[in-house]
Write a protein that binds this ligand. Structure first.
Ligand code: ADP
Ligand code: MG
Length: 238
């Protein structure tokens, strides 16, 4: 696993400035949430870290490696999206192994990783099923499993629970916390849900219109909000 350092990251789309010079230092093994209202730039920041956006400026380091110009596929970063697009015609085992096989990994190493991820996520008995035979929560576990099998240095999760119903979201939140504890992985989790951010995170990045409004522990945000934006956002009912 690895720390991540972001320096003066800038990204716009045409005339629209979305990220206006982001500086962040995230420690090895930390669970950090990007929290902010819809449109503030959370996904763009996450996609930039993953290498899925062409930057206008700035630098990104993963551990001791400068990855600013490293192609996405070689960044050692796995991303889980909100719309977990599983391959509908492949069973769960194939969904988990497909990407590894494409990269030319040996069969027994693939099997080891798939078994381990299935064990961690408690989906061992589902390996032969197709996505349509799974519940929403099970599908989301498979989507997270596809990230785990890659054994990345960094996990990026973009509102992975927002399509689940409220009860399941709470369950999955607890499971994510357990997963983080078990893997000891560095994780960045995007959400617009303050409760999710406050309960899951070691530290929270509050984003406001493409700028870091505050970066601190949930307690710091709660008791020492840096400004009215943070105070209003943290304190407001959902
Ligand atoms: P969030 O994830 O916080 O809701 P986004 O990062 O998705 O916000 O978007 C930030 C802003 O950038 C929004 O105004 C959005 O419309 C705009 N945006 C995002 N992606 C693109 C794109 N590919 N082209 C043009 N505008 C975009
Ligand atoms: Mg988003």
């Amino acid at each position: 696993m690895a720390s991540i350092r972001i320096e003066n990251l800038r990204k716009g789309f045409g005339a629209l400035e979305v990220l206006k010079g982001i500086d962040l230092d995230i420690a090895d093994g930390e669970f950090v949430c990007f929290l902010g209202p819809s449109g503030c730039g959370k996904s763009t920041l996450l996609r930039s870290i993953a290498g899925l956006e062409e930057l206008d400026g700035g630098a990104i380091r993963l551990g001791d490696r400068d990855i600013t110009h490293v192609p996405s596929a070689r960044r050692d970063i796995a991303m889980v999206f909100q719309n977990y697009a599983l391959y509908p015609h492949m069973n769960v085992r194939k969904n988990l192994s497909f990407g590894l096989a494409l990269n030319g990994m040996k069969r027994d190493e693939i099997d080891r990783r798939v078994e381990s991820a299935a064990d961690i996520l408690r989906i061992k008995e589902l390996l032969a099923r197709k996505p349509r035979q799974l519940s929403g929560g099970q599908r989301q576990r498979v989507a997270i499993g596809r990230a785990i099998v890659r054994e990345p240095k960094l996990f990026l999760l973009d509102e992975p629970l927002s399509n689940l119903d409220a009860g399941l979201r709470v369950t999955m939140r607890v499971e994510l916390a357990a997963l983080h504890a078990r893997l000891g992985a560095t994780m960045i989790y995007v959400t617009h849900d303050q409760v999710e951010a406050m309960t899951l995170s070691d530290r929270v990045v509050v984003l406001d219109k493409g700028e870091v409004s505050q970066f601190g522990t949930p307690l710091e945000l709660f008791y020492q909000p840096a400004n009215l934006f943070v105070a209003g956002f943290i304190g407001s009912p959902r």
